[in-house]
Design a protein around this ligand. Sequence first.
Ligand SMILES: NC(=O)c1ccc[n+]([C@@H]2O[C@H](COP(=O)([O-])OP(=O)(O)OC[C@H]3O[C@@H](n4cnc5c(N)ncnc54)[C@H](O)[C@@H]3O)[C@@H](O)[C@H]2O)c1
Length: 459
Amino acid sequence: MVGNSSKLIQDRKIIKKIKDGKFKIAIYGLGHVGAPLAAVWLRAGAHVIGVDNSESVLTEARKGKTIIPEPNVNEAFRKGIDTGRFELYDDAITASRDSYFKMICVPVLSQDQELSANLTAVSDVATMIGRGLKKNDLVSLNPSVPPGTTEEIVIPIIEKESGLSVKSDFCMIYNPERIYEGRAITDIENNYPAILSSLGPNSSQLAYTIYSLIFKKGVLILKSIRTAEAEKLFEGVYRDVNIALANELAKFCEVAGIDFWQARDAANSQPYCHIHKAGIGVGGACIPVYPQFVLDVANKMNVLCEVTNISRSINNGMPAYCVRQAIKLLKFSDLPEAKISILGLAFRGEVSDTRLSPTYAVITELQRFGVKDIRIHDPFVSSDPNLLNYDNVLLTSDLKKAIKNSDLIILSTDHKEYKKLGKKFIGNIPVYDGRGLLDKNSVNKLKILTIGQGDIKIS
Ligand SMILES: NC(=O)c1ccc[n+]([C@@H]2O[C@H](COP(=O)([O-])OP(=O)(O)OC[C@H]3O[C@@H](n4cnc5c(N)ncnc54)[C@H](O)[C@@H]3O)[C@@H](O)[C@H]2O)c1
C-alpha cells in the first residue's frame, strides 16, 4: 500500500498511541491463540486488556502466567503486569468500553469433539463487545470460521447491541490466526504475513497500519471477508488432503512390500513433490476441523467437495486401521487379556494439546476388541478429564511404569523423547510405530512394525 502524506501522519499518530498505551487492545479469550496474541501486543509496547470467562485463566494471568505452555508468553505477561500495561477483566462489556480495538479469540469448536462449528462463544463475545462499543472502535474476529460468519452472524449482533453501523461507525476486521502451537509468537512476529479483510470507514488502511506493527512479514489485504475466512480453511484442507494421500500411499506400500518412508524421501527430492507424513491419525483443533466447515457450507449449497470429503474419511479411519495392524504383533490371540501401552496422548509431538487427538480413537478401537489393560504415557500431559469417559485407562508420565510387562506398545504421538527409545528400554516388547518415528536399527528390528512398511516377520 502506498500512502500520501496525510495518511502517513495518521499512521504515525496511531502507532504512537499504541506504543504510548493510549490505544488499548482488548483480547477476548486467553487460550492457545489469544494468549500469544496478547503477548505479542505487549511485546510491541501496547496496553492490553485480557478478557476470559475462566476464573483460573484470569487468576494465572494476573500472576503473569498463561495456562498454555507457549514459549515467551509468561515473560510478556509478567512484564505487562509489572509495568501496568496488562490488565485482566472478567467484565466483557467494560473491557469493550475501555478499549479501542477488540480481538475475538474464543473457540469455535464444541467440547463434545464434534467437528462442526459451534459459534456460541463467538456470539456471546460479540454481544458483550456490541454493548460496550463506541464510534470509531475496531473489532477483529480471529478464529477460523465457516465463510459468512463475520458478515452474517458477528456484524449483525454487534450492530444490534451497539446501535452503530459498520458502514459508518466502526470497523470490522477478519484476521485468521495462523500459528503453530509451540512457536506461536515467532509465527506471528516473524514467520507469516497477516491475512486481513475488513469493512467500515477507512478500515483497510487502519487495519494495515495496526497489524504492520506486529507482523514483520507484512499484511495481505483481501477484498472480501468471506474470501479471508475461506483462506484459513483452505490451509487446513490442503494439509488434511495431503495427509490422506500419504496415508493412502502408506497403506499401498504395506501390501506391495515398499518402504513408504524411503520412497517419500526420494520423491520429495523433486521440487514439485511434497508428500506429507503418513500417521495414525489427524488431531488438534485445526486440521480435522476446517475441512468439515467447508463441507458443512458445501452441503447447504448442494456443492460436492469430493476430495475434501474422502480425505476426511481416510484420515478418520486411520486410528482403527493402525490398531488392526498393531494387534497383529501380539503373540497370543486372547486380546482382552493383553496389556497395551500407548505412547502419546497429545495430538502431535512436543505439545500438551489433546483436542481431537487420534489416541482417543485408538483407545476406543482397542476397547472394542475387549482390551482391558491400557496404559498411556505422555511427557506433556499429566491429567486429562476426557479419559474419564474410558474404563481402565491409566495415564502416566512415568515411561517405565507405562511399558512394564506390556505385551504391545503403540506409538501414537511423535514426541521427540520417543525417538530415543532403544533396545535396552523396550526389550522384546513389540512396537507398532504409528508415526514412522523410530529408527529400526536402535530397536529390535524383528519386533517393530512401522506404518508404511509391511516387512515384519513376527518371531
Ligand atoms: N490452537 C491453535 O493452534 C489455533 C491456530 C489457529 C487458529 N485457531 C483458532 O482459534 C480459535 C481459538 O482457539 P484456541 O486454541 O485459542 O482455544 P482455547 O480453548 O485454547 O482458548 C479459548 C479461551 O477462550 C476462553 N473463552 C471461551 N469462551 C469464552 C467467552 N464466552 N468469553 C470469554 N472467554 C471465553 C476460554 O476460557 C479459553 O481461555 C479456534 O477455534 C481456532 O479456530 C487455533
